[in-house]
Design a protein around this ligand. Structure first.
Ligand SMILES: [Zn+2]
Length: 644
């Protein structure tokens, strides 16, 4: 029951790009070539193949959208998405008239099956635009790419005047690397309004994510209505600081329709056997019959179900029965994470169950529980997915594992022949505020430890937006964006072409789109692009000369800012002089003293670079550390606006 095929054979876009296009795509090189005047569109995630040609097609009130029967809904979505900024709704014409000039043409064609259900071809010529996919998901993704080919203000929510809605002539062929491209939103630690959830889904679709993992219950709140169990929604079961609210089943169905229209599958999570204070406060009989610790007059909030009590299974089957009626997707996530086993070992009911089932320890009791739940879900035609703790005590036979405590759980499960989704904290926990965009971008979901065959079990990856700290909606925006853009490229684009500097250029061009949409994204940290790093190996207390290759970031003559930014270590980094060197000659210099450490002092150097040849450039700095060599940091370059 895999949702589609995985790890599709991947072409290296670099090897099939004509030279002209590489020059156009990678803006930092080849500007002396004839292609320099062709500005490559900044598409995220990067398509598999893109060729840019001269010329444009301009959308006007006379442009018609023509479509075949299968593409009617996607055509409507295209027109609706462009209408606010254009201030007009382009005319939609069903069928494919022959006089199809000045048109955008959407069609579904089985002949494109080699690109999978999500792949598409998009071509723009001065006469019109064509988007073709083997299925509507592909046509829809072609439309998302088309939106990014337009000027960024096309994303504005109000009519924009004096903009020519021009699209550069391109030929794009595209398909995703992974079938599981996910984001998780936690509505169990804190509650978000339905409108926010739908906007979250909308932004996912723009970045070609296709799995919305909706964490619906946790220690903060039980946020989904279960018919016949109204106590789950009692305010008294909510944790402190949790925003009030819940989703009725009808509201959930509306969200599901909203997601389905955007080719996004929703995976609901009901966390068990731990993380369940609201359910146990509502139904205390599902807790082990043992007293809860009393600390300073406050009774400890319950956490885990009693696994020896049949009522627990009845309750969860009632819940999961309704959940599988509401959610049509193939997967149901049952959590399984962070459950202490101590109480089960003291509980007479749990002990009796362990004796009866010949279970040696708490891990095996949990495994027994997960297997029973899996059997129940299978009876409803669903697949069980859980966090990597479900490996403890033996994995349920058909379970899919979501690896969050590093990659180890995912590796073990894939080696045992189970499907896995990579979601490790180090790269993909977006509630961690300090994980840089570049770090997210460096994530590789298929670890080297896996053989090619085992690697096929990696369905993909996803990022987690936990809400333990009760972030506002604006704060969620800033935690998710722009890091989700980096992850979108990790799960969609070929790893062969992954280059952070080149991505950052496109990301900078993409941020105005997010701004037009009203996304409160976090601005990129540090000015300019990273050209090098320092570490203890190249530093000392006495000043010495260090060179870095300046093979990126220089775009012709002009004024450049070079920033030394300390990252960690005991010592600050001191800069005595900075020069740009070419073939042994100093082209530009700034010889002031500065440092970067816990605080910064004059750590930005400005150099005026005159016209120069294409020979390699070197950044040369005289540097020292102030107290031992323990200093780590990065060096960034940015071209400054010309002086008036
Ligand atoms: Zn018990």
């Amino acid at each position: 029951m895999k949702i589609t095929s995985f790890n599709l054979p991947y072409m290296s876009a670099r090897s099939i790009f004509p030279k002209l296009c590489v020059a156009a795509l990678i803006g930092t090189i080849g500007w002396s070539l004839a292609a320099a005047e062709i500005v490559a569109p900044a598409i995220v995630p990067l398509p598999m193949k893109m060729e840019v040609a001269e010329g444009t097609f301009t959308l006007t009130s006379a442009t018609r959208v023509v479509f075949d029967e299968a593409s009617a809904e996607t055509a409507r979505q295209l027109v609706d998405s462009l209408k606010p900024a254009m201030g007009i709704a382009m005319e939609r014409v069903p069928g494919l008239p022959n006089d199809a000039k000045a048109t955008i043409r959407l069609t579904q064609d089985e002949g494109l099956k080699r690109l999978g259900k999500e792949g598409y071809q998009l071509s723009v010529t001065p006469d019109g635009i064509r988007i073709v996919g083997a299925a509507q998901a592909g046509v829809f993704y072609g439309v998302q790419t088309l939106r990014q080919l337009l000027p960024p203000r096309i994303f504005a929510t109000e009519p924009v005047k004096d903009v020519a809605w021009s699209v550069p002539c391109v030929t794009i062929e595209d398909m995703p690397r992974f079938a599981w491209r996910g984001l998780m939103l936690d509505s169990g630690h804190d509650f978000q309004q339905k409108a926010f959830v739908e906007r979250f889904i909308d932004l996912m679709a723009l970045h070609k994510f296709n799995i919305f993992h909706w964490h619906l219950t946790d220690l903060g709140t039980w946020s989904i209505e279960i018919k016949g169990r109204p106590k789950l929604l009692d305010a008294a079961t909510r944790g402190p600081g949790v925003k009030p609210g819940h989703y009725t089943q009808e509201e959930v169905r509306e969200v599901l329709r909203y997601a389905a229209a955007r080719h996004i599958t929703v995976v609901p999570e009901i966390d068990m056997p731990g993380h369940e204070p609201p359910a146990l406060l509502a139904y205390p009989e599902l807790d082990c019959p043992l007293p809860r610790a009393d600390k300073d007059g406050k009774v400890e909030r319950p956490w885990e179900f009693c696994l020896g009590n049949e009522k627990t299974y009845e309750f969860l089957e009632e819940v999961l029965g309704q959940v599988s009626e509401v959610f049509p997707g193939p997967y149901i996530h049952i959590g399984g994470d962070e459950c202490p086993k101590g109480r089960w070992l003291r509980c007479p009911l749990c002990q009796a169950r362990m004796t009866e089932q010949h279970l040696k320890n708490g891990e095996e009791l949990q495994s027994y529980f997960i297997r029973r739940i899996e059997k129940y879900l299978q009876s409803k035609g669903r697949r069980l997915i859980g966090w990597d703790e479900i490996l403890e005590g033996g994995l349920a036979p058909n379970a899919t594992v979501m690896s969050w405590r590093g990659m180890g759980g995912g590796i073990a499960a894939a080696k045992a022949g189970h499907d896995v989704v990579m979601a490790p904290t180090e790269w993909t926990y977006f509630d961690y505020p300090n994980t840089p965009v570049e770090k997210v971008y460096s994530f590789e979901p298929v670890p080297n430890e896996l053989s090619a065959g085992q690697g096929m079990h990696v369905l993909g990856a996803q990022a987690q937006m936990w809400t333990d700290t009760h972030p506002t909606e604006d704060q969620i925006d800033a935690l998710v964006y722009p890091r989700a853009v980096a992850l979108a490229e990790v799960v969609w684009s070929s790893p062969v072409n992954r280059n952070y500097h080149e991505f950052e250029d496109r990301l900078r061009a993409h941020l105005p789109r997010l701004a037009a949409l009203g996304v409160h994204y976090k601005p990129l940290v540090g000015a300019g692009r990273v050209i090098g790093h320092w570490s203890p190996a190249e530093t000392s207390d006495t000043p010495k000369v260090v060179d870095w290759k300046l093979d990126t970031g220089i775009k012709g003559a002009g004024r450049y800012a070079i920033t030394f930014q300390y990252e960690h270590g005991k010592s600050r980094y001191q800069i005595h002089a900075v020069e740009i060197i070419q073939e042994g000659k100093v082209l530009a210099s700034d010889k002031h003293f500065g440092w970067s450490g816990a605080s910064n002092q004059n750590h930005v150097y400005q150099l005026e670079l005159a016209q120069h040849s294409n020979a390699p450039l070197t950044l040369r700095a005289t540097v020292s550390t102030d107290w031992g060599p323990d200093s780590h940091g990065r060096i960034m370059i940015e071209k400054l606006a010309a002086l008036p």
